[in-house]
Design a binder for this molecule. Structure first.
Ligand SMILES: *[C@@H]1O[C@H](CO)[C@@H](O)[C@H](O)[C@H]1NC(C)=O
Ligand SMILES: *[C@@H]1O[C@H](CO)[C@@H](O)[C@H](O)[C@H]1NC(C)=O
Length: 190
């Protein structure tokens, strides 16, 4: 990407500077061409420095260290980075990092999360932002929408004392005791 911009910049520069010089005698045009080339090399050098400054600026990074970028969002997977937590503590961690427990909005996002889970065989399950604490049996995503709002999902093993949903490999959701300790996934806009 950066290289492509540089190459484009350099060729544009050569074209712009070289174009008007065709009807000069060969001697002067050669001299001018050399000057132009030097000018272009200098511009190329400046452009390079500018790009370096831009790409090394932390403000240009899409996600914080340890977070993954996917389709306009940043994701944090706690496995290997944080001790397991209860559901509410996981949610609290996400909030403190300007994010929320993951809300899975389509099959592509489910596939992405499943792909990450497959890379870590030690994922027993993953807390996501889905709970029926407010009203037994009414599962709501973190953003307040019904579980079926985005995709036709259901939570297995629902029971009174299991109010927090955990995500398993294969994309199934199970009702779990919110007091259980587990890894989790946070999500926020990039
Ligand atoms: C999470 O829940 C536990 C027990 O249910 C409670 O002791 C703790 O203070 C809660 N933590 C947060 C961050 O809400
Ligand atoms: C969260 O956002 C606030 C306000 O934009 C910012 O001051 C703070 O540094 C952010 N915290 C983290 C952990 O990114």
């Amino acid at each position: 990407m950066v290289t492509a911009i540089l190459v484009l910049g350099l060729s544009l520069c050569l074209v712009l500077h070289a174009a008007p010089g065709v009807d000069q005698t060969s001697k002067t045009s050669e001299k001018k061409l050399t000057e132009r080339l030097q000018q272009c090399q200098k511009e190329h050098h400046d452009l390079n420095l500018m790009l370096q400054a831009v790409t090394q600026d932390s403000r240009c990074r899409l996600c914080p260290d340890g977070w993954l970028w996917w389709r306009g969002h940043c994701y944090f997977f706690s496995v290997g980075l944080q001790e397991n937590r209860r559901w509410n503590e996981s949610a609290d961690f996400c909030l403190k990092h300007n994010s929320s427990l993951a809300v899975i909005r389509d099959t592509a996002e489910m596939e992405f999360i499943q792909g990450v889970m497959r890379k870590f065989p030690q994922f027993p399950f993953l807390w996501v932002g889905l709970t029926d604490t407010e009203q037994e049996g009414q599962w709501l995503w973190w953003d307040g929408t019904d579980i079926q709002h985005y995709m036709p999902l259901t939570v297995e093993w629902d029971a009174d004392h299991r109010d927090c949903a955990d995500l398993r490999g294969g994309g199934s959701l199970f009702a779990a005791n919110c007091e259980a300790y587990g890894p989790w996934a946070c999500q926020r806009d990039s």
